[in-house]
Design a binder for this molecule. Structure first.
Ligand code: 1CP
Length: 339
């Protein structure tokens, strides 16, 4: 039995006296103890060594006091398992030296045996569950097929993902084949994460907002819905699609247990577009954690006023920034906990 099950109760729509709070990307980036491990071990060593992944995952629980843990890993371990080479370059971020840009390249891509290729993730989940000792739930995650395609085709991060979009629009058949292979891998991967012990899964569609409303349905949502359908009866599913407020009415009918909201969409609009009763998660502007602490506390309380205590998970509207002072992150979390 979980000692703190606020997150699960919010996902069930149960009445609560305060909302649960966690922060996207809380397991890396800004904690000084994480920086020490980052200086010693390269990125994929941290992901692939269950002891390190466990230590990083538990840090924000011990040091910040969030109501949930999110496993330290990355969305790009999925294309890596599909034999698409992914490197992490200092100052550049993800770097894929052989991007997928032709129908022939898509044909060559395999849907792997996830137990074989990603066993280190499942080992990390089992170890983390032991160390957490039921203090808080553990969230597992995956990127959306569209967001993974963005990196697989573009070859690196981008402000526009122009090569990824032109691949979809010029070679739609190959694009759909690639999206389906990523979807099949992701479903198998998330099912194994659930079997290994995660309590909740979150899908990150970080670059969904690069697409217009119709293209979003065609190239992203169609595949997200397949993943939700495959997982919704086995675990709780949170969907975070950045910049995709226009798709909230469709998402609200999908069977997902909660929808993530970014800070460009107001609580009022998000409630209106999602029909009012669905659990929403968000949406503090991550850069607002750089405000003075009294301002962070005031804005965090206002956020709960705006969303309401019920059917709500307090969070940021995207990942925490690396330069956020630890006491600012703590002030945000404590403002919610004392609401
Ligand atoms: O060496 C390092 O530490 C590099 C920084 C880093 C970290 C800490 C990367 C590279 N990934 C991660 C971990 C990570 N990535 C987590 C772990 C849990 C946590 O930090 O709480 C999670 C949930 C992710 C998910 C992720 N990776 C997303 C989706 C969420 C989001 O922020 O939108 C995306 C888009 C990525 C790709 C990625 N990996 C790393 C970087 C720098 C990026 C983004 C690059 C870009 O802007 O395109």
């Amino acid at each position: 039995m979980l000692k703190n099950d606020l997150l699960l109760r919010a996902l069930n729509g149960e009445p609560l006296s305060r909302p649960p709070v966690w922060m996207m990307r809380q397991a890396g980036r800004y904690l000084p103890d994480f920086m020490k491990l980052k200086a010693k071990y390269d990125f994929f060593t941290r992901c692939q060594t269950p002891e390190l992944a466990t230590e990083i995952t538990v840090m924000p629980i011990d040091q910040i006091g969030t109501d949930a843990a999110i496993l330290f890993s990355d969305i790009l371990v999925v294309p890596q398992a599909m034999d698409i080479t992914v490197e992490m370059k200092d100052g550049v971020g993800p770097w894929l030296p052989n991007p997928v840009r032709s129908a022939a390249a898509v044909t060559d891509i395999v849907v792997p045996d996830v137990q074989d290729r990603l066993h280190y993730v499942f080992d990390a989940i089992r170890q983390t569950k032991k160390v957490l000792d039921n203090r808080v739930p553990l969230i597992g995650f995956a990127g959306s097929p569209w967001t993974i395609l963005c990196y697989a085709v573009q070859g690196q991060g981008s402000k526009s993902f122009d090569l990824a979009k032109s691949f979809c629009f010029a070679q739609p058949e190959a694009a759909h084949q690639l999206l389906q292979k990523i979807t099949d891998t992701t479903i198998a991967y998330l099912k194994e994460k659930v079997a290994a012990g995660v309590d909740v899964v979150q899908l990150f569609d970080s670059w969904g907002g690069m697409l217009g409303e119709d293209d979003y349905q065609t190239f992203s949502w169609k595949y997200m819905q397949q993943i939700i359908d495959a997982l919704k009866n086995e675990t709780k599913v949170i969907v975070f699609a950045k910049g995709c407020w226009y798709a909230l009415p469709v998402m609200a009918r999908s069977g997902a247990h909660a929808l993530g909201i970014d800070w460009t969409c107001s609580a009022r609009n998000a409630r209106y577009l999602s029909g009012g009763q669905l659990t929403l998660q968000g949406n503090f502007d991550p850069a607002r954690l750089l405000s003075p602490i009294p301002e962070i506390e005031r804005l965090a309380r206002k956020m709960v006023d705006d969303f309401g205590v019920q059917h709500y998970i307090a969070n940021l509207g995207h990942g925490i920034l690396p330069n956020v002072p630890v006491d600012h992150a703590k002030a945000f979390v404590n403002a919610i906990k004392s609401y």
